[in-house]
Design a protein around this ligand. Sequence first.
Ligand code: 3PG
Length: 225
Amino acid sequence: MADRSCPVTGPGAATLSAISELGIVPVVTFTDPELAEPVLEALCAGGLPVVEVTLRVPGAIDVVGRLVDAFPDAIVGAGSVLSVEDATAVMDNGARFVVSPLTDPAVMATCLRRDVPVVPGACTPTEVRRAQEAGAELVKFFPAEPMGGRAFLQAVAGPMPAARFVPTGGLNAANLAGYAALPNVAACGGSWMVPRTALAEHRFGDVSRLAGEALAIVAQARGRD
Ligand code: 3PG
């Protein structure tokens, strides 16, 4: 089995370790905030008590707060965080981790000052280094598929052995195993477990099933089944 023991020792180490252990970060954009609770309930039922709520729609910051209150044992974080203001707002609402598609040292410092782990985006070796220098223990490789996919992660493993990634962007049940098997992948992110059509039709059982399938794929890829 690959050793992906994650060098997470800084702020929020327990959260990052839990995410690495699960190996999956479901990314959800709640266009209908009323679906937030049933979706997280469905993810939990599928074995995935974690969600990254993107700030791409109005009301998303409030959704973070609602989910934190309703699911105190789940790992509720915020994604698509682009500003210090939004980072502050989601942390005020209890977000346990913050994700951004880019590396903004000011956003990172804001989160790390409050001991909230932040996973910044990067897609070149220089950007990965900038993210590490700003304090990132995990780096979101985004957008993963357009920027080289698992071939990029394999290529940087040699010259940057300490980097640990959360590839996101274009991942799905078909290509998940290839990412999850890589020793420098801490977790895989994506929205495929929460399809828009399933949400629109309130098919929350589909979300549980897809979450469970994703966990099984990761377990097999990591050699644990
Ligand atoms: C993100 O915000 O992390 C990505 O947009 C998720 O990418 P996906 O929808 O391709 O999984």
